[in-house]
Design a protein around this ligand. Structure first.
Ligand SMILES: [Zn+2]
Ligand SMILES: [Zn+2]
Length: 349
């Protein structure tokens, strides 16, 4: 086997990634080496490269946390996997021992690290990961869909099914229909929401939301989302509002559109302080405001099963693909929202 591989490396905020040759990772006993076939680019990568608001653990570092590919080597203690198996990867490296890991909440492991942010990532020909992070990819699920499933789809899945605990027949509002929110719309439908209302300032994204199942759409530049959602729900409000943007304004709108006893789940990352209603309202309405971060390996498995069975259709979720050498073009497409992308995927061979 060769000793070097191509990888897209981040050096400094505001500088393009450098595609260069680096050593192929050496495996520990519980790790597998994956020949990466596809790796999605995420808003977090934009935060890292252009904005500097998500610091990496060190630099230079290979980015990429939505990888999929085929196993090419196994550590000495790995069981249940074989060379050639098609896989996707939970990007969270977790300890397995802390209170959160032990209670099934590994997404908030006390010593959580994310591949491509804290350890070497998937924008490379090869990637090493712990075997416990693997999810099998059926032959008919393409690598690009398998890659984006682990974050762009599993993150809203966790937000809606776990944190939001959506029940069949409930009404849901989705704020933001970009790379995460559009899948939030689809998942709410799959989970049996009676009404899904999409709130999004870009008309073409609203059209897209309608296409994947949104029952009602609101452009906040034209209508007040709180007023409209109240009208659409006979004044009572939705059971669950999920916010995928991370802005004070949209989180406060989400708080304004839920029913008494309803929930707001915030997935969008932002730095503004959000004001809560006064305790007289907050307490008497038993309002729930919840954060939601990432997902677990078993939730990624659920998502892959939904895709494999045809219940969740990701075929329109990949807006453009680029070879690894053109990684900066891919990042630029997402950063500048060229073609209003859901997901940009790098193809690697
Ligand atoms: Zn991400
Ligand atoms: Zn842990």
């Amino acid at each position: 086997m060769k000793e070097k591989m191509k990888a897209a490396r981040f050096y400094k905020v505001g500088e393009p990634l450098r595609v260069e040759k680096v050593p192929i990772p050496v495996l520990g006993p519980e790790e597998v080496l994956i020949n990466v076939k596809a790796c999605g680019i995420c808003g977090s990568d934009i935060h890292i490269v252009y904005e500097g608001v998500t610091p990496t653990a060190y630099s230079p570092i290979t980015l990429g946390h939505e990888p999929s590919g085929a196993i090419t080597a196994l550590g000495s203690e790995v069981e249940g996997w074989q060379v050639g198996d098609r896989v996707t990867v939970n990007p969270f490296i977790t300890c397995g021992k802390c209170i959160n890991c032990l209670s099934g909440n590994s997404q908030i492991c006390m010593s959580r690290r994310v591949i491509g942010i804290h350890t070497e990532g998937g924008l490379a020909e090869f990637l090493k990961v712990p075997s416990k992070n693997l999810v099998r990819l059926p032959d008919h699920v393409p690598f690009d869909q398998g890659g984006i499933a682990v974050d762009a789809v599993a993150t809203p899945f966790h937000a809606i099914t776990n944190r939001g605990a959506l029940k069949v027949g409930e009404k849901v509002a989705i704020f933001g229909c970009g790379g995460l929110g559009i899948h939030g719309v689809q998942i709410a439908k799959v989970c049996g929401a009676s009404v899904v209302i999409a709130v999004e300032a870009i008309d073409s994204a609203l059209e897209r939301a309608k296409k994947v199942g949104a029952d009602e759409v609101i452009n906040p530049r034209k209508d007040s989302p709180v007023k409209k959602i109240r009208e659409m729900t006979d004044g009572s409000g939705v059971d669950l509002a999920c916010e995928f943007i991370g802005l004070k304004e949209t989180i406060e709108q989400a708080l304004g559109c839920i029913r008494v006893g309803g929930k707001v789940v915030v997935v969008g990352l932002g730095s503004e302080t959000v004001f809560l209603p006064p305790p007289t309202t907050f307490v008497r309405t038993e309002l729930s405001l919840l954060g939601s971060y990432g997902s677990t390996t078993s939730e990624i498995q659920n998502v892959i099963d939904l895709v494999a069975s045809g219940k969740l259709n990701l075929s329109d979720s990949i807006t453009a693909k680029f070879p690894l050498e053109e990684v900066n073009q891919g990042l630029n497409h997402l950063h500048k929202k060229i073609g209003n992308p859901i997901r940009i995927v790098m193809e690697i061979d």
